[in-house]
Every structure is written in structure tokens, then in C-alpha cells.
Ligand binder design. Structure first.
Ligand code: PMP
Length: 353
């Protein structure tokens, strides 16, 4: 008897989310922020963590945290759903909206968890390739909506891994046409000049996802969705109790109240992005995509394994989409602190012909 046979076949077919980090001095592979918070803010967060009552359950409704998000975003407190990272919000949402056999629609390539989560919920995923500019091919998307009638359409903008914003007219056309829920995933929006965050207030078929993971708070795992309160009220019934722990509630609330203090970090990252972009454009055999995020996606014409290993030998680890048939020659480098970017630029020069 093999106890793994207790598990549903749609789960057995999956591979677990796996990170196999090769050790390196400079790690620019996960779209985290490498910037330290302003020291006084950091100190306040430490004091708040130290004062958290660890023997008590967290506030189940995360009242203060929702209040801080509502104030920062211009949203209603009842228009917010919280998750242990936006991964969890995506899971909660798909399980609340889709029956087994229903479909979701995603772009390709995009963030892998939409499909991964759908698969183990027995929800099918239709993938529509992005066009040659790594943007929405809205004719194809409308055709796929017509044919497959997805319950949810996920649009990440800026998109991961390709980095660019999606065209606003194409997004509007999709929102106008779709009968299903259109989820705009703005995980990287703080590095972009465009947002659709409050669009859900005009369009009840739209929900917006955000996360603190890309702005220096990946460790605390906080993501949220903003949508019409009638949708939030229903989806909230499937959220596990106490999913946002007390430490996260305390830290995130304070961070959101002091959001303005993060803006210099976003500006610095954008400035550094330009510098890294210039070096990528100047490197032989490299074709970078435009980026509105804290990372740059690029293709390398030569042997990808040699290139990746050479970067590692020079102390820098970036993301290689190894083994993915369409992306085997593609890489994604996170924008780090200036000294980390210097290391990357120097490793790049040594690793390209
Ligand atoms: N959406 C997108 C587009 C992402 O790239 C990621 C992280 N890689 C997430 C959501 C999930 O973020 P988290 O669970 O850390 O909030």
C-alpha cells in the first residue's frame, strides 16, 4: 500500500514550488527589495514585534491593518481581503469562485501560481501567449474568453517575468467583454508609473491584487485584494481564520502608515533599473524587455548554462528559466542596491562575448 495514493491525481501530477539556490554573494533572483528601511522606521517595527503578545490569537479581522490599507489606497475597509501573501489570496479567490471543471484564463508567460493553484482545485487553465512586445494580444484574449468562458481572467501588470505594463486599452477591452471576474495583479506596481488600483470601484467585475513582498517585506507575507464589498464578503467566508499573524499585522500596519518613507527606495530602484538596462542593452547577445518592475527580463543568444554558471562564478545569482521550453534562453535579474548592481554589471561583462 502506498499512502501517496490517498492524494488526488490532480495533486500528484504537480511538482511542489521548489527553489534550489546555488550559493552566491549577490542574490538577484526573487524580485525582493534589497534596500534597508529608514533606520527609525526599522526600529519602530522591531519595538512593535517585541511588544506583540505571542500567547494570544491575532485579531481575526485585522482591523487596524485593514484601516491602514484603506487609508493608503483610498479603499473601503469592507473592500479588502487579506492573505498570507497574495499567493494565498489567489488560492482563496479561485476556490471561492470556481467549481471543479471551470476555467481560468492567464497570459503566457506569467506568474506560475495562478495555474498551479487552479490545477490542484481541478480548475482548467487556458493560456493566451503575450504578443511579440510581451503585451496583451487582446484579439486572442477576447477569442479565448468567447470560446472558454473563464470564470477568472488574471492579468499581471507589470507582468512577471516579462516586466512590462499591459496596455490600458487592451485591459479595458477585456474588462468590457468578459463575463468572468478580471483580476489585475499589481504585485510590482510601486516600480511603475501606472496603476489600476481603484478601477474596481467603477467596474464590479474587477478585483485588484497587491502585496508587500516586493517592497522590502517579503518575510512577513502580506497580500491583499481590493474589490466590490459584495464580492469580498462572500470570498471572505473561505479565508482561514487568523490567517494574518499578529507580527505581520503589527509590522504591516506601521509600514503602511509610513508609506511615504518608502518612496525614495522606489525612486532609487527605478534609477538603478535604468543603469542596469543600459548595461544589458550594451552587452553582446542580450535582448532585454522594457521594464516597469523591480526586475528586467532578457534573452541570451548564446549557451544559457555557460552564461548562468559564469555569473555564479563571478558571485551573482539571477533567475534562469531553465527547462521551460519557451524560456530556456531567458533570464530575470532583480534590481538590487547600487553595489549589487555593480557586481551584476561586472559579472555580465565577464560572461558575455
Ligand atoms: N503576483 C505576482 C505577479 C508575483 O510575481 C508574485 C510573487 N512572485 C505574487 C503575486 C505572489 O506574491 P506574494 O505571495 O509574495 O505576496
Amino acid at each position: 500500500m502506498n499512502p501517496s495514493d490517498f492524494v488526488r491525481s490532480c495533486v500528484k501530477k504537480l511538482s511542489a514550488y521548489h527553489v534550489d539556490p546555488v550559493p552566491a554573494d549577490v542574490v538577484l533572483d526573487a524580485n525582493e527589495s534589497s534596500y534597508a528601511l529608514p533606520p527609525k522606521l526599522h526600529e519602530r517595527l522591531v519595538v512593535l514585534m517585541a511588544g506583540t503578545e505571542l500567547n494570544r490569537y491575532p485579531d481575526p479581522d485585522a482591523t487596524y491593518l485593514k484601516r491602514a490599507i484603506a487609508k493608503k489606497e483610498g479603499a473601503g475597509e469592507d473592500e479588502i481581503l487579506l492573505g498570507n501573501g497574495s499567493d494565498e489570496v489567489i488560492q482563496t479567490l479561485i476556490s471561492a469562485v470556481c467549481d471543479p471543471g471551470d476555467k481560468i484564463l492567464v497570459m503566457a508567460p506569467t506568474f506560475s501560481m495562478y495555474k498551479q493553484i487552479a490545477t490542484y482545485l481541478n480548475v482548467e487553465t487556458t493560456e493566451v501567449p503575450l504578443n511579440e512586445k510581451a503585451d496583451l494580444d487582446y484579439h486572442e484574449v477576447l477569442g479565448a474568453i468567447d470560446e472558454f468562458e473563464p470564470k477568472i481572467i488574471f492579468i499581471a501588470t507589470p507582468n512577471n517575468p516579462t516586466g512590462g505594463n499591459m496596455h490600458r486599452d487592451s485591459m479595458a477591452a477585456i474588462m468590457n467583454f468578459a463575463d468572468g471576474l478580471v483580476v489585475i495583479d499589481e504585485a510590482y506596481v510601486d516600480y511603475s508609473d501606472k496603476t489600476a488600483a481603484l478601477l474596481y470601484q467603477e467596474r464590479p467585475n474587477v478585483a485588484v491584487l497587491k502585496t508587500l513582498s516586493k517592497v522590502g517585506m517579503a518575510a512577513i507575507r502580506l497580500g491583499y485584494m481590493m474589490a466590490d464589498k459584495r464580492l469580498i464578503e462572500e470570498v471572505n467566508k473561505t479565508r482561514l481564520p487568523y490567517n494574518i499573524n499578529s507580527l505581520t499585522q503589527a509590522v504591516a500596519t506601521e509600514l503602511l502608515k509610513n508609506w511615504d518613507q518608502l518612496k525614495p527606495i522606489f525612486d532609487k530602484t527605478k534609477k538603478e533599473r535604468k543603469r542596469v538596462m543600459t548595461s544589458l542593452c550594451n552587452a553582446n547577445g542580450i535582448t532585454p524587455n522594457t521594464s516597469d518592475a523591480n526586475f528586467i527580463f532578457f534573452k541570451y543568444d548564446g549557451d544559457p548554462e555557460k552564461f548562468f554558471n559564469s555569473l555564479i562564478e563571478n558571485g551573482v545569482r539571477i533567475r534562469w528559466f531553465k527547462g521551460n521550453p519557451e524560456l530556456n534562453n531567458c533570464f530575470r535579474v532583480t534590481i538590487g542596491r547600487p553595489e549589487e548592481n555593480d557586481r551584476f554589471i561586472s559579472a555580465l561583462e565577464k560572461s558575455t562575448p
